[in-house]
Design a protein. Structure first.
Length: 206
């Protein structure tokens, strides 16, 4: 059997040049295709470019927009970033403070909240962690003090409180314990900062 590089009477150098040329041609085509794909991705538009239709869709150039939307603070740092799909909010919606830190983030699906919601204090520590399902709170809801201590832990089902809710003081001392059924308070116990029992009236959450 004659080796490939010796077929057709071609020398090793000639065969090498042919193979190298083929590889370079393929590489060039691949890069060209990649550049074409990159060009297809729309650049973010400024929020000021959006208009709203009568049925609430967000438009660019009179058509429902699909892609990223951004807004900026006076210091030119990003203040908002969100995505639209056919004119409706779809994906993460994030707001930023002037120093660039995140203020809050919520996820949308076809125009309604659907997914995690988070909010942060100015120093970057977490403030609120919740979850939405089709526009309503659903699952565990956590609210923290700025010192990192848990303040309130609740459970939601289709937008209504359900089951056990616990509240704490910033020191970690338990403040109250409540039971909810279908959004209605059924029972509640509360304590003073020193741990002594408190009245049955629900304390105000600041």
């Amino acid at each position: 059997m004659v080796p490939l590089f010796m077929e057709s009477g071609c020398s090793i150098r000639q065969q090498y040049q042919v193979v190298l040329g083929t590889l370079l041609l393929g590489l060039g085509q691949g890069l060209g295709q990649a550049e074409g794909l990159l060009e297809l991705e729309p650049k973010p538009v400024l929020e000021a470019q959006l208009t709203e239709s009568e049925n609430g869709l967000l438009l660019v150039g009179g058509k429902p927009y699909t892609g990223e939307v951004v807004n900026f603070h006076p210091n030119k740092k990003k203040s908002e970033s969100y995505s639209l799909k056919e004119g409706r909010l779809h994906g993460p919606f994030v707001t930023y403070r002037e120093d660039g830190s995140r203020a809050f983030q919520v996820t949308f699906a076809d125009g309604v909240e659907h997914g995690p919601f988070k909010r942060w204090f100015e120093d970057g520590t977490i403030w609120v962690v919740e979850h939405f399902r089709i526009g309503k709170l659903d699952g565990v809801s956590l609210t923290y003090f700025s010192n990192g201590q848990l303040q309130v832990q609740s459970i939601y089902r289709a937008g209504k409180k359900e089951g056990l809710e616990i509240g704490w003081y910033e020191t970690g001392q338990q403040r109250w314990e409540a039971i909810y059924e279908n959004g209605k308070l059924k029972n509640k116990l509360s304590w003073k900062r020193d741990g002594k029992p408190f009245g049955n009236k629900a304390p105000t959450i600041l």
